[in-house]
Design a protein around this ligand. Structure first.
Ligand code: ING
Length: 303
């Protein structure tokens, strides 16, 4: 018996500052329709999909900053995506900047089922870059200025054919992100990223490496989807990938544009790892891992 989930990784090309949410959503609806033609169950969109990657700029006007956030989801601008999801019977994950009624600001992702109902939410925990103005850089990386650390940990939800979870961009570089979901029996992790090529220097090879490692070490599928291309002069890497629990890349994007990568993913392929090499309950020794939770930075060896 196999539990096939057909996934569409919906890579997005550049979104310029002048692009409206309506223009972006119409591109996303086109990718969702293409996914339907391939009988996809699920479409994965990138991090901060609705606007250009605004943390590359130092801004001081709160009104200007807040123009990049969503106060409600769905909103008038994003409703066409939810309507298309329900019409086509396709679930999706979507990354966006969230401004809560209480005035909190998060780099957020939601999981939406085939009836266009939000079944899960995640708020980015690993915020890379810096909080202060660093004008000497060609482009800055101010996520620590514009977002709070996420407060929802990493959840795992049923509702799209099996246990699925989400992370966002820099999270994919940290093994803890995968393991918290691995300990909730996750079988598919959905993530989006906006990765500038230049700051900090991001070698090309490590984008897939970190996702392959996370997939293998937790016996899970990983779908990583880029927003890429040259946005306002800043080049961002593509390389959207669909990765099997073996760690093998079974599909990847070849362009820096809007591109749908489709794969039939059998969630039962997770079983052989979860019941043998990575049978966590049989093999893990949490008492020996305390340093990982109790200590933040690295210390030098004594002596
Ligand atoms: N972007 C980048 C990422 O983690 C980065 C930041 C780039 C970190 C290159 C290290 C090297 O892919 C986001 N948005 O987290």
């Amino acid at each position: 018996m196999s539990r096939i989930v057909t996934v569409g990784a919906a890579q997005m090309g550049a979104i310029q500052r002048a692009h409206s949410r309506r223009e972006v959503v119409s591109r996303m609806v086109e990718l969702m329709r293409e996914a339907a033609s391939h009988r996809c169950d699920l479409v994965v969109f990138p991090e901060l999909t609705l606007t250009t990657f605004f943390p590359r700029w130092w801004m001081e006007s709160q009104e200007e900053i807040d123009s990049f956030y969503e106060r409600e989801m769905p909103s008038n601008e994003t409703a066409p995506l939810f309507n298309e999801s329900a019409r086509l019977g396709i679930g999706f994950s979507l990354g966006y900047a969230e401004l809560t009624p209480e005035g909190q600001r998060f780099n957020t992702a939601i999981l939406v089922n085939k009836s266009a109902e939000i079944v899960g939410k995640y708020r980015k925990i690993h915020l890379p870059g810096h909080a202060g103005h660093e004008p000497w850089r060609a482009f800055q990386h101010l996520e620590k200025r514009y977002f709070e650390v996420g407060d929802l940990s990493w959840g795992v939800w049923n509702g799209l054919g099996g246990p699925m979870g989400m992370m966002i961009c820099n999270d994919r570089r940290w093994p803890e992100s995968y393991r918290v979901m691995g300990l909730q029996s996750v079988e598919m992790i959905l993530l989006g990223y906006n990765t500038p090529r230049h700051n900090p220097p991001a070698p090309d090879h490590d984008n897939q490496l970190v996702m392959q490692a996370g997939a293998y070490q937790n016996g899970t599928w990983v779908v990583g989807v880029a927003k890429c291309g040259v946005e306002e002069g800043c080049e961002m890497i593509g390389g959207s990938s669909i990765i099997a629990p073996t760690g093998e890349v079974i599909g990847q994007a070849l362009t820096q544009e809007d591109e749908l990568v489709v794969a039939r993913c059998d969630l039962d392929l997770t079983k052989s790892y979860k019941t043998t090499i990575f049978n966590f309950d049989m093999h893990r020794q949490p008492d020996q891992y305390r340093r990982i939770v109790e200590q933040r930075g690295a210390v030098s060896p004594q002596g």
